[in-house]
Design a protein around this ligand. Structure first.
Ligand SMILES: Nc1ncnc2c1ncn2[C@@H]1O[C@H](COP(=O)(O)OP(=O)(O)O)[C@@H](O)[C@H]1O
Ligand SMILES: Cc1ncc(COP(=O)(O)O)c(N)n1
Length: 265
């Protein structure tokens, strides 16, 4: 059977994040990708200049079109833009009940621009967290979701992960890309287990789309039948290589994209 993953996310016109990063990640990892677009962004490596949300009813239409025909092994959710979109996604996923849902609680782009309406944060927590097999906040997102300051020690990161798990998702991966140590450490909290996943921090400013690509790589692994810990470990190794190869590209003048196809060219 062909493994299939669906991304429900926003479009990034510059191609490095959002739907475009998700489909490249699925393809690089041997998984067929489908998409339901929640919003168009006019965006490049230096910032976001416009957001055009897709009407919630049309997000539903895309989700229904995909699930009524394709055997979707895993779903990745990225930018959801606004509260009505979140309600439409939650309803659609409850109806189709996919085996795995990876939720990247995208709030702010690498450039600092806001991608989720402030009033939609509660809907994200109450409607989508309970459906998620895994949520993948970065350090500022974990803090914002908990209304707490950004974690300043590894112990704080782990504790914040545990408090997010208590909000009703099945597992949490708190990503350390915004930390400062010699290693970029992500914490996987699954049930009573907490696993630190460390990789050398790579000196590059080309980190546009790292979070999108990591969550899609995890969804790709789940679609191929990997267990959660294996999918996360494989995705972390793959994104580390994609970031290490990012400087081979010269794309844009700001935070450039990672190299999804580093194994091929
Ligand atoms: N400079 C870096 N070197 C190595 N790994 C990184 C670097 N920046 C981010 N990562 C990794 O990329 C993944 C995405 O993390 P992060 O950048 O924090 O997410 P987001 O894009 O949502 O802000 C994580 O696995 C993180 O550890
Ligand atoms: C449409 C869209 N979705 C998500 C992100 C976040 O990107 P990152 O992976 O760098 O956090 C983005 N910049 N644009």
């Amino acid at each position: 059977m062909t493994p299939v993953a669906l991304t429900i996310a926003g479009s990034d016109s510059s191609g490095g994040a959002g739907i475009q990063a998700d489909l490249k990640s699925f393809a690089a990892l041997g998984v067929y990708g489908a998409s339901a677009i929640t919003a168009l962004t006019a965006q490049n490596t230096t910032g976001v200049s416009g957001i055009h949300p897709v009407p919630a009813s049309f997000v539903t239409a895309q989700i229904d079109a995909v699930f009524s025909d394709l055997d979707v092994g895993a779903v990745k959710i990225g930018m959801v833009a606004q509260a009505e979109t979140i309600a439409a996604i939650a309803d659609g996923l409850k109806r189709w009940a996919p085996r795995h849902i990876v939720l990247d609680p995208v709030m702010v782009a690498t450039s600092g621009d806001r991608l989720l309406a402030a009033e939609a944060v509660d809907a994200l927590k109450t409607k989508l967290f309970p459906l998620a097999s895994l949520i993948t906040p970065n350090l500022p997102e974990a803090a914002a979701l908990l209304n707490e300051p950004v974690a300043s020690s590894e112990a704080d990161v782990e504790q914040q992960g545990k408090r997010l798990l208590a909000m009703g998702c099945r597992a949490v991966l708190v990503k350390g890309g915004h930390g400062h140590g010699a290693e970029s450490i992500d914490y996987l909290i699954e049930g009573a287990r907490s696993i630190a996943l460390a990789a050398p921090r790579i000196a590059t400013s080309n980190t546009h789309g790292t979070g999108c690509s990591l969550s899609s790589a995890i969804a790709a692994g789940l679609a191929k039948g990997e267990a959660m810990e294996t999918a996360v470990r494989n995705a972390k190794a793959w994104i580390s290589d994609a970031i290490a190869a990012a400087d081979r590209f010269a794309v844009g003048r700001g935070h450039g994209p990672v190299h999804h196809f580093h194994k091929y060219y």
